[in-house]
Design a protein around this ligand. Sequence first.
Ligand SMILES: [Zn+2]
Ligand SMILES: [Zn+2]
Ligand SMILES: [Zn+2]
Length: 142
Amino acid sequence: MTKEQARREVRAALSGGSFRVTKQRLAIVDELAAVERYETAKELHQRLSRKRSGIGLATIYRTLETLESVGAASVRTQGRGESAYLFCSPEHHHHAVCTKCGKVEDVPCRSIGRIERDLTQALRFKTTQHRFEFFGLCDRCS
Ligand SMILES: [Zn+2]
Ligand SMILES: [Zn+2]
Ligand SMILES: [Zn+2]
């Protein structure tokens, strides 16, 4: 996804949730979209400080929470209980995670229907939602 697409999606998501779209928020969105991996507020703060953005840690925390609440970021808990965020399109998709560099790539959802049908047949299990994560090495690391 390009930065522009990401910004557009987030703008739409933010205004849909009636949040204000500020320059600082967009700078955080750009940074998070560009890193393509899970980052904590502190890590993002370091990155943005190196660019002399002047954005405070509290603003980053709040913005990341907002992004998650509008479905534009996914969150996971890291080592010391810190939340790490990944820029994520609100559209349903899956992730391919590089176990070496942490890069996360989006995987469109295809061929899942067949697995769901198999489940229904074998277990009489009716799927209402699913989540897949693939682990391996990205193009650069392999
Ligand atoms: Zn995603
Ligand atoms: Zn990698
Ligand atoms: Zn899917």
